[in-house]
Design a binder for this molecule. Structure first.
Ligand SMILES: Cc1cc2nc3c(=O)[nH]c(=O)nc-3n(C[C@H](O)[C@H](O)[C@H](O)COP(=O)(O)OP(=O)(O)OC[C@H]3O[C@@H](n4cnc5c(N)ncnc54)[C@H](O)[C@@H]3O)c2cc1C
Length: 440
């Protein structure tokens, strides 16, 4: 194609929907739009799909049931769980394998760990089968605006600076990069530092061999800094912003410093680390302040709900409904948020960043973008009833059922939150305090 917006920034593609960011939310958004017949391009900064869930080593797909035997997330949130475990180990309880809507009340949670390389390969295959044009190793840098409408985006990759034009855009960058630069209101928070990796040690290998359990052989280790930086007057500020170069670099240094401290302490001929996150593990960075947001305090029935969400670690988990208006802003006509940056404040933000909730909002954003194009309208005027009908037909649970209404989580006991028995995440509080001056 020879259209150019400037001599130095040629337009290389015109399409229906562009998704920025190929984490699980972006994959869901792209898939949902493609399944509605749209031509979709997905722009991803790294060389793999999955985002935090793969390159960030958060390979634990947290529960999609309420802890009382009721499935809360259907649709792509359920489908992508099964894609992630398709080609390697899992610890999905057998009772959920055939994807039933309900299971006995005391069933184990509908969740699974997954193997990162196998999930990356399965996501490649999945998106190819869906006809999505995935462009790796490409960073979104700026929007091309016409009033409140994004007409295209400028990206940077090995070919230089080029432009991609589309009718609708979905920001699934995790950090609201597109929304923020296009003029949406956003909120930014610092995050605490983690370092998750897989390890091998002779004892675990022996136990794993005896149990014939691969996950036991290669467990996931979770290191995380205590935000206060431990005791003493010389406390460092151990939080970082994921939206500035300084913040990202500080995070990388602290995170790898934590890993080096751990290695120095545990160095042995019988132990080694076998993997390393290749994107920083930022939890919450910058979110959209949308036209509405998740209400997690008392208001349960949401008329324009695009699906139910839970704080996945609570048992039983209170079930909330997420409003369509929480994906969009009046400031922009054709950009929707998807994933860990949708509109939700306080505890609501923490609820919306669990993997199943990210996939749900991706599915809704992609479907809404497609519907807007088909109806010749914009995202602010989408017929929400029609959107809900499509989502429901595709398996999304729009509203709480009677069975979910009475869920009240058991009160948290003081001290660290108990791990879900099958998370296979090893953590020792002693390894998680970085004292000033240690590491590098
Ligand atoms: C330490 C930690 C532990 C967690 N534990 C769990 C857990 O056990 N279970 C669970 O369910 N959830 C957990 N979470 C939350 C969960 O992993 C994430 O919130 C979720 O995976 C986010 O998905 P996403 O697609 O919204 O965003 P991301 O996974 O962040 O994906 C964003 C994608 O956009 C790309 N991108 C970013 N900027 C650009 C750009 N400018 N141009 C192009 N591409 C760009 C990135 O490379 C990435 O691929 C945890 C998170 C952290 C950090």
């Amino acid at each position: 194609m020879n259209i150019t917006i400037t001599d130095s920034v040629p337009v290389v593609k015109e399409t229906d929907v562009i998704v920025v960011g190929g984490g699980l939310a972006g994959v869901a958004a792209a898939t949902a739009a493609a399944r509605q017949g749209m031509k979709v391009t997905l722009i991803e900064k790294t060389i793999a799909l999955g985002g935090l869930a793969t390159m960030g080593h958060v390979c634990v797909y947290l529960p999609i049931d309420d802890g009382n035997g009721n499935k809360v997330y259907g649709g792509l949130a359920e489908e992508l769980l099964h894609v992630c475990i398709k080609y390697s180990y899992d610890n999905l309880p057998e009772v959920w394998r055939s994807k039933p809507d309900t299971a006995p009340k005391d069933s184990e949670r509908y969740m699974s760990n997954f193997n990162i390389p196998a999930a990356v390969l399965a996501l490649d295959e999945f998106t190819e089968n869906e006809g999505i044009d995935v462009v790796f190793d490409t960073v979104f840098s700026e929007p091309i605006m016409e009033g409140r409408t994004v007409k295209g985006i400028v990206v940077e990759n090995k070919s230089g600076r080029t432009a991609y034009m589309a009718k609708m855009f979905i920001d699934a960058s995790g950090d609201s990069d597109l929304l923020f630069r296009a003029g949406a209101d956003t909120e930014t928070l610092p995050t605490i530092v983690s370092h998750w990796f897989h390890e091998l040690d002779f004892n675990m290998i022996k136990e794993g061999l005896e149990a014939h359990d691969m996950m036991h052989v290669t467990p996931l280790r979770w290191l995380g800094l205590v935000p206060s930086g431990g005791a003493g007057d010389d406390k460092e500020d151990l939080t970082c912003y994921g939206t500035t170069s300084e913040g990202v670099n500080k995070y990388i240094r602290l995170s790898r410093g934590l890993a080096l401290d751990f290695l120095k302490k545990h160095q042995s001929p019988e132990f080694c680390m076998i993997s390393m996150p290749t994107i920083p593990q930022f939890r919450m960075t910058r979110r959209l302040i949308g036209n509405d947001q998740l209400k997690y305090d008392g208001e349960y029935h949401i008329e324009d709900s695009i699906g139910c969400v839970i704080a996945s670690l609570d048992k039983p988990a209170t079930v909330y409904e997420f409003p369509y208006q929480g994906l969009i802003t009046d400031k922009l006509t054709n950009v929707a948020a998807a994933g860990r940056m949708v509109s939700a404040e306080g505890r609501g933000w923490a609820i919306m960043r669990f993997i199943p909730a990210c996939v749900l909002t991706g599915e809704a954003a992609g479907t809404a973008a497609a519907l807007a194009i088909k109806e010749g309208t914009d995202l602010l005027h989408v017929d929400v009833k029609k959107l809900q009908a499509i989502l429901e037909k595709n398996g999304v649970k729009l509203h709480r059922t009677k069975a979910m209404e009475g869920n009240v989580p058991e009160p948290r006991k003081p001290g660290p939150r108990p791990r879900l028995s099958k998370m296979y995440v090893h953590t020792d509080p002693e390894d998680n305090v970085r004292t000033a001056g240690s590491g590098h």
